[in-house]
Write a protein of this length. Sequence first.
Length: 697
Amino acid sequence: MDSMDPTRAFVRNVRRLVVKVGTAVVTRGDGRLALGRIGALCEQLKELNCQGYEVILVTSGAVGLGRQRLRYRRLANSSFSDLQNPQLELDGKACAAVGQSSLMALYDAMFSQLDVTSSQLLVTDGVFKDAAFRKQLSETVLALLNLRVIPIFNENDAVSTRKAPYEDASGIFWDNDSLAGLLALELKADLLVLLSDVEGLYNGPPSDPNSKLIHTYVREIHHGEITFGDKSRLGRGGMTAKVNAAVSAAYAGIPVIITSGFAQDNIIKVLQGEHIGTVFHKDAHLWTQVKEVSAHEMAVAARDSSRRLQALKSEERKKILLNIADALEENESLIKVENDSDIDAAQKAGLEKSLISRLTLKPGKISGLARSIRVMANMEEPIGQVLKRTELADGLILEKTSCPLGVLLVIFESRPDALVQIASLAIRSGNGLLLKGGKEAKRSNAILHKVITSAIPDTVGDKLIGLVTSREEIPDLLKLDDVIDLVVPRGSNKLVSQIKESTKIPVLGHADGICHVYVDKSADMDMAKNIVRDAKVDYPAACNAMETLLVHKDLSCNGGLNELVTELQREASSFHHEYGLLACTIEIVDDVSAAIDHIHRHGSAHTECIITEDHEVAETFLNQVDSAAVFHNASTRFCDGARFGLGAEVGISTSRIHARGPVGVEGLLTTRWILRGHGQVVDGDKGVVYTHKDLQK
């Protein structure tokens, strides 16, 4: 909450909220109830109820549910001849009458399983004209809330006298969206949440990749700019109705957020101040100091800054890195304060020790990072290197040169030191950069980003490195294949797979870090114990830590296995698993071929090691194991950009294109061709004598 976006700061004062869930959320595409989404909704409301929030639910779905049940009933009671005739559309009010009781029974059953009491309140438009009714309604709801009961409202369509078109000058509300807005005002709610089947309000069709999510609606800016498509596929309203209700409520003093009812825990995230959905607030026009920067604007700014960076002389780029190293050391105490806050929050949240270990900037870490940056700064200039020089013909010289990729998007785990390494690599390689770190490290990332960008001169601009603060911005960024040139996801297998499925931008990285150490029968056991211990214990949370120990079968008979087990302390039970803890699998194999087969079946093509004194066995392992890094008699922990002399790493790639293994500066470069001539033309190749002479030698 301390670093909450100012456009969401009002949620700190929310105690009573109205949640409206639309037909498109509570039903599936075929009209049946979406039981999973309704169950997830009830679980969120139960959690909020337990936290002391006063929750009022407005739900749609009765008509759709009733129609489904009556269609089935009509089918069950129809004769064959009846089915040959056109079926009349079911009466909507009859559908509502049947559906209301069924919908409420479902909510009652689900809330009962969660030990929460709910109540039903059916209302119609006309009754709100009665002042006595409105007074009694408020008193009843207040009594229910005091008893921790969740009131569930729905318009009583079964007896409503209004007919389409619903919205006219005489109406008080016209659908469940406007009913929710009215109730928020009547019941003096602190917040109205309208759940939709999309993330919020877009400036175009949500399905259009060029459409952008509007995080904060400002009537003076957005009114008239937005066009609306079709209404909800099943309900009466759609986004038009939601926006109308949101504007009316917001400018009467009730903040409103439209967000997705499909995403997990979105109501809770709203109340935690996360930057999701579209907020409507009467003071939104005053929030000029919080100018929103779209994903596209951020990426374009990074690209423009990268081009200015590339235009600098080598010594000027080097000076930027040296200034960053100095700035990190000068601000070490401030960085530690923010990192300690992240660690404290992680411990209170009960997060795993391996995650907290990655999150922690241990003593000496900042000075170590500064040293690495200075090493990188003093490396040979990577940009503009002539990799190949060829004479195509007399006086026609072709050069293949190194150049930056352009703009990188790096999504990384909760390791704040990774932010420093990645930013330094981007600057050294002349690339623009967009960073999205784990939320657990948000304070650490924010201060590190501030320190680093403050050291970038105005001639380049601090927008060279953009910090993405919300994961909801990631889908927009992944659409920008015209601006972003490479995505590097560092995280779980699930994250990497999702990224690859969601973008046309090339993706570089690795999913799992399942590293093996094979101890051959000819291994020096003292060496083996040292390597195995280091590979597992030096930093268990690292992706290059050993997860599986493979042992030649002969060592199980001569005591060698027992010596290794003593070093490891405890065993684990799964082969294809990245533990990130002091646990690993031990597997007995027949020989080096069996070890290689095991690695290919269960490994992740990251880093593998063989410990043996048999040169022939070692060469077999080194040549046949298909992983990014393969070692002989050395710990897997050496698979690291800094240890490889790359200065740092943006990540470790297990792919087989562009870059593999630790990806340093070289992996963030591509090539281009420069041709120098003296007026030559092709002209059908007449008179051109191609020499193709290599000028490098």
